[in-house]
Design a protein around this ligand. Structure first.
Ligand code: ATP
Ligand code: MG
Length: 437
C-alpha cells in the first residue's frame, strides 16, 4: 500500500503567485466591508454597475494610457483562441464603466452615479498591499461638470473610511486644470528637466517627452530634491480652473474634511482635468495609498463617446482591510448562536426540522456532523459545540425526542444553565437564542 501511494503521488497545485485565497474567518471581514459599502452607496444614491472582467486590450491602451505603468508592463493580455481578438483582464475599471456608459447611452437622460466592487489584475511584484489579483471598490459620477460632485465623491470615500472606524487617513489634493494649462506647464517642465538631465534616471529619460508629468510621480530618492524644484502646474492655472478647485476646497472645509494640497500629485494623462486626490495612511509602509481618483472629462471622447464630464475614484480593498487589522478594528465574531447536538441518527429528522424553523426565525445554528458510523459520543459533540463558539447547545437526546422537547444549555456564561423547550413552539423561543445585535 505505502509503496503504491509513494509511486502514484500526484503533485500539489498552488495558486498563482500574487493571487490570494480569501478564507474564513478573514472572508467575514470582506463580507462586512461589502455590507458597509452597499449601505454607504445607497445613502449617497450611487447605483451598482457590473461590467465584464475581460475587455478588449484596446480599451486599456486608450483608456488607461499607453505611457502608464499599467499598460507598459502590468497587463495580463492574451489572444482569444477562437477568433484571435486581443483581450485583457481588467487592470482597473474606469475604462470599462465608461465603455459601458457609451455603449448603452447611460447618460442620455442626465448624469449617473455608479459604483462597483471586484477583482483587478496587474502583473506587479507581489508584496504587502500589492498583489496580482486585487480588489477595488470604485465610484464614478458620469455627466456632471460641477465641482460639487468632485467634493461629493471625496466626502463619500471619507465617510466610508470614517464609518469603518479608521483613523489617521489624510487627504491629498491637487488640480490639473485643463489641457491648455497643462500644455503650457508641460513646456516649462520639459525645459526644467532638460536643464537637470544628468539627474534623470532611465524611466524619467524615457518619459521626458512622452509624459513628463509622470516624472513628478517618481519614487527614486535620488531625484526627489530635483523634482521638488520643478515648475508647478498650479502656477499655470487660469481663473476658471482656480475657481473649480476653490469650490472643492471650500465644500470639503464646510463638511469638516481636512486636506493638503500636494502639487506633485498627478495623473499624467491628457484626459484628466481639474481635481485629483488620494486618501493616504502612514501605517502601511510604501503601499499607503488607499484610494485615488480624479476628474476625467476627456475620457468619453477618447473612447469614442460624446464629450461627457466625469469624475471618480478607486479604492484598494486589501489595503483598507489591512489598515483595519493594524488599527485593531475587526468585525464581530462568526460564531453561530447555537450548536445542535444530536445523540442518535434516528433523531436527525426531528432535529433538522427544528433547525429549519429556528433558521427561518433568524437564528444561526451549526448542526453536529457525524461520520459514516453514526453521530459520535455526546462528549465529543459537546467538545465541538464549545469549539464552535456557539452560545447555546441544543441537545436532541432520545428522551428529549420522545417527549417532543429539546434541552437548551448555555455554553458561554459559565452558569451551565439549562432549560427545556417544546419543539412544536420553536418559533416562539427562537428569538431567545439570538445574540443581542
Ligand atoms: P500605486 O502607486 O500604489 O501603484 P496606483 O496608482 O497604481 O497605485 P490606482 O490605479 O490609482 O493605483 O488604483 C487605486 C487603488 O487601488 C490604489 O490606491 C491602491 O489602494 C489599490 N491598488 C492598486 N494596485 C494594487 C495592487 N497591485 N494590489 C493591491 N492594491 C492595489
Ligand atoms: Mg501601480
Amino acid at each position: 500500500m505505502a509503496e503504491k501511494s509513494a509511486v502514484s503521488r500526484v503533485e500539489k497545485l498552488f495558486a498563482v503567485k500574487g493571487m490570494n485565497d480569501i478564507l474564513p474567518p478573514d472572508s467575514a471581514q470582506w463580507e462586512w466591508f461589502e455590507e458597509q459599502v452597499r449601505a454607504q452607496m445607497l445613502r449617497h444614491a450611487y447605483r451598482n454597475i457590473r461590467t465584464p472582467i475581460v475587455e478588449p486590450t484596446a480599451l486599456f491602451v486608450r483608456g488607461t494610457g499607453e505611457t502608464t505603468d499599467i499598460v507598459e508592463k502590468e497587463m495580463y493580455s492574451f489572444e482569444d483562441k477562437l477568433n484571435g481578438e486581443a483581450l485583457t483582464l481588467r487592470p482597473e475599471n474606469t475604462p470599462g464603466v465608461v465603455r459601458a456608459a457609451i455603449e448603452h447611452n447611460l447618460t442620455y437622460d442626465g448624469g449617473k452615479r455608479l459604483y462597483y466592487m471586484g477583482p483587478m489584475f496587474r502583473h506587479e511584484r507581489p508584496q504587502r498591499g500589492r498583489y496580482r489579483q486585487f480588489y477595488q471598490l470604485g465610484a464614478e459620477a458620469l455627466g456632471f461638470a460641477g465641482p460639487e460632485v468632485d467634493a461629493e465623491l471625496m466626502l463619500l470615500a471619507n465617510q466610508l473610511l470614517n464609518d469603518l472606524g479608521l483613523r489617521g487617513v489624510r487627504v491629498e489634493l491637487n488640480s490639473l486644470g485643463v489641457a491648455s494649462e497643462r500644455h503650457a506647464h508641460r513646456g516649462a517642465l520639459i525645459a526644467y528637466f532638460e536643464q537637470h538631465s544628468e539627474l534623470l534616471d532611465a524611466d524619467a529619460k524615457r518619459r521626458l517627452h512622452a509624459n513628463p508629468l509622470r516624472i513628478l510621480d517618481t519614487k527614486n530618492p535620488a531625484m526627489q530634491a530635483m523634482v521638488q524644484g520643478a515648475p508647478q502646474l498650479l502656477d499655470f492655472l487660469g481663473e476658471a480652473s482656480l475657481k473649480h478647485f476653490d469650490t472643492v476646497k471650500t465644500l470639503l472645509n464646510a463638511c469638516g474634511v481636512q486636506w493638503n494640497v500636494n502639487p506633485r500629485l498627478v495623473r499624467g494623462l491628457d484626459y484628466y482635468s481639474h481635481t485629483v486626490f488620494e486618501f493616504v495612511t502612514n501605517e502601511l509602509g510604501a503601499q499607503g495609498t488607499l484610494c485615488g481618483g480624479g476628474r476625467y472629462d476627456g475620457l468619453f471622447e477618447l473612447l469614442g463617446g460624446k464629450p461627457t464630464p466625469a469624475v471618480g475614484w478607486g479604492m484598494g480593498i486589501e489595503r483598507v482591510l489591512e489598515l483595519l487589522k493594524v488599527q485593531g478594528l475587526t468585525a464581530g465574531s462568526l460564531a453561530p448562536d447555537a450548536y445542535a447536538i444530536v445523540a442518535e441518527v434516528s433523531g436527525l429528522a426531528v432535529a433538522m426540522q427544528t433547525l429549519q424553523v429556528l433558521r427561518s426565525q433568524g437564528v444561526s445554528v451549526q448542526m453536529h456532523a457525524g461520520s459514516s458510523d453514526g453521530m459520535g459520543s455526546i462528549k465529543s459533540q459537546f467538545k465541538r459545540a464549545d469549539a464552535s463558539g456557539a452560545r447555546f447547545a441544543l441537545v436532541f437526546g432520545p428522551d428529549e425526542i420522545a417527549q417532543g422537547v429539546v434541552t437548551v444549555k448555555s455554553l458561554r456564561d459559565g452558569s451551565g444553565a439549562q432549560s427545556t423547550q417544546i419543539l412544536s413552539q420553536s418559533e416562539q423561543w427562537a428569538k431567545s437564542l439570538q445574540s443581542p445585535a
